[in-house]
Design a protein around this ligand. Structure first.
Ligand code: WT7
Length: 670
């Protein structure tokens, strides 16, 4: 059941033999937005052969404009401008446009809070489109009142509460660029992001609930705002205001006039807030994600193209209908939460469900209970969650009525066929198509996925490209490889929701994504295309691990470890893990005189949690006298991966500087 160990894409011969195929039922296909292979092919062909015609038509048809665009695409590789000259506002496209229609009084957001520690059921809140519009306008006025102007940056560090969506939409309404920081990240991560984007405001909460405990968000912000660089300067010196939502109600430090309460601010604003007329290419948000080197990258998305991608994929990939209750379980701190909890569903006038808590709190039936309670019809979750549900046992879903479900989705990492089959049988009762959606923070929206009324699925394959997307599997020289051969996944053409750059770092943008292969976007993923043309993504080929669906750069964890006073050197690699897909194993050498005690192991894990966040804590820390290195001093990660996986050391070790190192690494536990 474990995910396959990572291997360099260019030397794997694909091993996975998966011949099962699942065809959409005739009834599903008949009712679907796109219900035949012929219509998919016709639209796909048009989108590739005449992309500007295709995207121009979609943008006119799907988005509400203050001023129409003059040109569909301006492409000076690697810089794209889509829908040039157009003016629009994203919040108008998600909210105002529905107000004159029957959708106005439909539930836009259904929110379920986490049950309390004493077993009391969680709260429920429902916002109709009209109510959500009102709340967004009011909070947009709060932003203005606190000095925010179009183009300013705001850090959002919030729990999974409706106010997270409200704050995002309010930023969009007044042209403020938001950067959501996942609530599980540390004060240090918050400070780094504030510094990188020069944010003027932090929007946070006193705390968030998680498994009956409190995540001290406000305290983390206070800590972040006190962090200094090596010269003693504050990292967060651009911050003027901290807007604090009262969520947990516990006492927090309050530093007036810098800190203001969300609810008090609302008292002095009106619910009338005319939307800013934004350019198609106005930055909408920055979202930080791990790369193979250096600090996290600020992925930049802009307005019109991003929204169009999110809107169209939400409708067609999930076959979204007006009657659906749609639930994407991602946190708004990740791109999935942006595109498929907030922007995609609301642009379509859908009902989007948001849940605050963990899938196994207070019991492992949380998801199934919520599905039954709200008659959820579309569920979009991650393989790591599916594998956890499998482990917890079929008795949990069996206790609840899941008959409202009609479509299932998966995202975040390759889904192993066993998990796919379990999802299909135990949750979907063999009735529901599964869409395994491949995309990235950088791509903004889904690029490779089945269309549920059209595509015959194969467990483990994300299948075929969405409209306008031309993926290809290539070798190290950039030549297309034959079918059934592993290689690197690239995208040949620009698409509207693609990232526009890295915040403040055009060079790194070019180097990371556009230098591998001229004329193509490099995804960093290894892939193979089978004889039917289906894409099988095997995972990252760079030094980025996918731990429980979170992209974690090994370089970041290494630098966090080395920042601890006891550590001399470290190398972090992945090993296959049944639940998380990959687990983090850190090899650590200590400074002279420091003794490798078990206690230090926990201290180092906590140190990484403090530097980056609990998601990046190594699962396993092994102390070593030295690390295996080549004569030129490069750490031999290939060997460390084998050691970490408990495998026999294979392959060439002739370049290894000191062979005796290897034998010592195996005996890691004290
Ligand atoms: C990386 C992107 C996509 C939003 C959530 C993660 C892996 C994602 C799949 C899938 C195989 C997948 C890739 C990708 N990935 N979805 N369906 N099948 N792999 O966004 O943190 O930017 O991570 O997640 O390796 O490059 P992200």
């Amino acid at each position: 059941m474990a995910a396959k160990p990572q291997s360099p894409a260019s030397n794997f011969q694909s091993v996975l033999q998966e011949s099962r195929r699942f065809k959409p039922s005739a009834a599903f296909a008949k009712a679907a937005h796109i219900g035949s292979e012929a219509s998919y092919k016709r639209l796909y062909r048009e989108s590739i052969q005449t992309p500007e015609k295709f995207w121009g038509r979609m943008a006119k048809q799907e988005l509400v404009w203050f001023r129409p665009f003059k040109k569909v695409l301006e492409w000076k590789e690697p810089f794209a401008k889509w829908f040039v000259g157009g003016k629009l506002n994203l919040s108008v496209n998600c909210l105002d446009r529905h107000l004159g229609t029957p959708t106005a009084n439909k539930a836009a957001l259904i929110w379920e809070g986490e049950p309390a520690a004493d077993g009391k059921p969680g709260e429920e809140r429902v916002f109709t489109y009209r109510q959500l519009h009102r709340e967004v306008c009011r909070f947009a006025n709060v932003l203005k009142r606190n000095g925010l102007k179009p183009g300013d940056r705001a850090i959002l560090y919030l729990p999974m509460v409706p106010e997270a969506a409200i704050a995002m939409l309010a930023c969009a309404r007044v042209g403020v660029i938001h950067s959501v920081v996942f609530g599980g990240f540390s004060a240090q991560s918050v400070a780094d992001r504030i510094q990188d984007c020069g944010a003027k405001v932090v929007i946070t909460a006193d705390g968030g609930f998680r498994r009956g405990g409190i995540v001290p968000l406000k305290k983390n912000v206070d800590d972040a705002l006190a962090i200094q660089d090596a010269t003693g300067a504050l990292l967060s010196r651009t911050i003027e205001k901290v807007i604090v939502l009262r969520r947990t109600g516990h006492e927090v430090a309050f530093n007036s006039p810098r800190d203001v309460w969300w609810h008090e601010e609302l008292g002095s604003v009106s619910s009338d807030c005319p939307p800013e007329k934004m350019d198609s290419e106005s930055p909408l948000f920055i979202l930080y994600t791990s790369g193979s080197t250096g600090k996290p990258k600020g992925i930049l998305h802009t307005t019109a193209g991003y929204l169009l991608g999110a809107k169209l994929t939400t409708r067609y990939v999930f076959d979204l209908k007006d009657t659906d209750v749609y639930w994407c379980t991602a946190d708004v701190g990740w791109v999935t939460g942006h595109s498929y909890v907030v922007y995609g569903p609301l642009a379509n006038g859908a009902t989007s469900l948001m849940y605050e808590g963990a899938p196994n709190w207070p019991e492992p039936d949380r998801f199934w209970r919520i599905i039954a309670k709200y008659a959820v019809s579309i569920l979009y979750t991650a393989p790591t969650a599916i594998r956890a549900f499998m482990k917890w046992g079929d008795q949990w879903p069996a206790q609840h009525d899941l008959s409202s479900l009609r479509l299932l989705g998966s995202v975040g990492e390759p889904i192993n066929p066993e998990a796919w089959m379990w999802y299909h049988k135990v949750i979907g009762k063999k009735r529901c198509p599964i869409v395994d959606t491949w995309w990235q923070t950088e791509t903004g929206s889904i690029l490779i996925s089945p269309l549920p009324g059209v595509t015959s699925t194969k467990p483990g394959s994300a299948t075929l490209p969405f409209f306008g997307i031309l993926p290809e599997v290539v070798d190290d020289q950039g030549r297309a490889v034959p079918r059934n051969t592993g290689g690197k996944l690239v995208i040949r053409k620009p698409w509207p929701s693609m990232l526009r750059g890295l915040w403040g770092d055009a060079e790194r943008f070019k180097q990371v994504y556009w230098s591998e292969l001229k004329g193509s976007y490099f995804t960093g993923d290894g892939c193979r295309q089978d004889t039917d043309g289906y894409f099988w993504i095997v995972g990252r080929i760079d030094d980025v691990l996918n731990v429980a669906g979170h992209r974690i750069g090994t370089a970041e964890v290494e630098s966090a470890l080395v920042s601890h006073p006891s550590v001399a050197e470290s190398a972090v690699v992945g090993r296959p893990d049944d639940l998380k897909g990959q687990a983090l194993v850190a090899f650590v050498t200590l400074k002279t005189g420091v003794v490798a005690q078990p206690r230090l192991r926990e201290e180092l894990r906590q140190h990484v949690a403090k530097e980056i966040g609990p998601v990046a804590k190594p699962d396993d820390i092994r102390f070593a006298e030295s690390l295996p290195k080549t004569r030129s001093g490069k750490i031999m990660r290939r060997l460390l991966k084998q050691v970490a996986a408990g495998a026999e050391i294979k392959g060439d070790t002739t370049t290894l500087e000191d062979l005796s190192v290897l034998s010592k690494l195996g005996s890691a536990e004290d």
